[in-house]
Design a protein around this ligand. Structure first.
Ligand SMILES: NC(=O)c1ccc[n+]([C@@H]2O[C@H](COP(=O)([O-])OP(=O)(O)OC[C@H]3O[C@@H](n4cnc5c(N)ncnc54)[C@H](O)[C@@H]3O)[C@@H](O)[C@H]2O)c1
Length: 313
């Protein structure tokens, strides 16, 4: 069986490609290398078929989807702050790109499309844990563009019989998550500061919480969503670690792993950021049999060597 992984040269996508190959899939990647890197696929470069192309192109998505049983659609502009700065770009890649992928899947007769969605869709709703039936409250163009993709996925399942499933990932971390981009996520920023002998910046008081998800747990949930035998019909599922941790605690664990003596520096909160995040993963447990295996300390321990090697520590 062949799978298409859009965004397969990215952080999560490259782990997904490796895991699919290890399970005997043939894998094609469609990626324009906007934030992904060929180096992320180095371990599988002879086995994965890499097509450099853009999900904003109808032709590129259609030719990539042909002959695939499952499409894992991870290609995206994935940064909240960048979407605040460039909303049109976020819309073009995330909303229009997803529409192109769904059209391509429909035309190519793909069996299932798995969409990478996001916990950002919940916005700042007070209810915790966040269950999939809460009313979405997107606070950023990024969240709006991802929510549009979810709605398209449901409508394509209902109207055109393309079986789809949307996975709301919660703060995924692990090896290969880019620490250098000006939009880097919190785990890479903390690792790179601690290893580089600098003070990390925490926006706000550090009391904000996140549900951190180790990348291999995220990949396991994603493959289950692509392969489970029942029709999924556009269902939305949280994929997360299922526990929350505040940023001060996260920073303390990472400092401990890296042996850093530098305290964090606090800066003003960022526009579009939410205060608390914790997933209910009961629905993914029921429908996919998904259970995370990595606690935060375990996942960070698995992650540390990659940052240490990059920084020559
Ligand atoms: N990392 C997280 O914590 C997290 C949380 C929620 C959702 N997600 C979603 O998971 C997916 C993967 O995220 P990631 O963290 O691996 O980010 P990433 O930036 O490493 O991966 C995105 C990939 O998509 C590619 N891409 C971007 N624009 C493209 C385009 N127009 N055409 C083709 N390829 C394009 C990039 O080059 C990159 O390889 C994204 O859809 C993201 O929104 C990630």
């Amino acid at each position: 069986m062949r799978a298409l992984v859009t965004g397969g040269a990215g952080f999560i996508g490259s782990h997904l490609v490796e895991a699919l190959l290890a399970r005997g899939w043939r894998v094609r990647v469609l990626d324009n290398l906007a934030t992904g890197r060929k180096a992320n696929l180095k371990r599988v470069e002879r086995r994965a078929e890499l097509r450099i192309g853009d999900v904003r192109s109808e032709r590129a998505t259609l030719t990539a989807a042909r002959g695939c049983a499952v499409v894992f659609h991870l290609a995206a502009m994935g940064s909240v702050p960048r979407s605040v700065a460039e909303p049109q770009y976020a819309h073009d890649v995330n909303a229009t790109g997803t529409l192109n992928v769904l059209n391509a899947a429909r035309e190519a007769g793909v069996g299932r499309v798995v969409l990478a969605s996001t916990s950002a869709i919940y916005g700042d709703v007070a209810a915790l844990p966040k269950r999939e039936d809460l009313k979405p409250q997107p606070l950023s163009p990024y969240a709006v563009s991802k929510l549009a993709g979810e709605h398209y996925a449901k409508v394509y399942a209902d109207l055109y019989g393309v079986d789809t499933v949307c996975l709301r990932y919660f703060n995924v971390y692990g090896p290969r998550q880019d620490p250098l981009s000006e939009y880097a996520a919190v785990v890479p920023r903390f690792f790179s500061a601690a290893i580089g002998g600098r003070r990390a910046v925490i926006y706000g008081d550090g009391g904000q919480t996140r549900d951190f998800t180790f990348v291999l747990d995220c990949v396991e949930g994603t493959i289950r969503a692509g392969t489970v035998g029942t029709l999924l019909r556009g269902v939305v599922l949280n994929i997360a670690g299922g526990r929350r941790t505040d940023l001060n605690r996260l920073h303390a664990i990472i400092r401990g792993l890296c042996g850093s003596r530098h305290e964090a520096r606090h800066a003003p909160p960022r526009a579009g950021d939410i205060r608390h995040s914790l997933a209910s993963i009961a629905r993914a447990g029921r429908i996919l049999g998904f259970r995370p295996h990595y606690g935060l300390a375990d996942g960070l321990r698995e992650t540390y060597p990659w940052y240490a090697a990059r920084n020559g520590a």
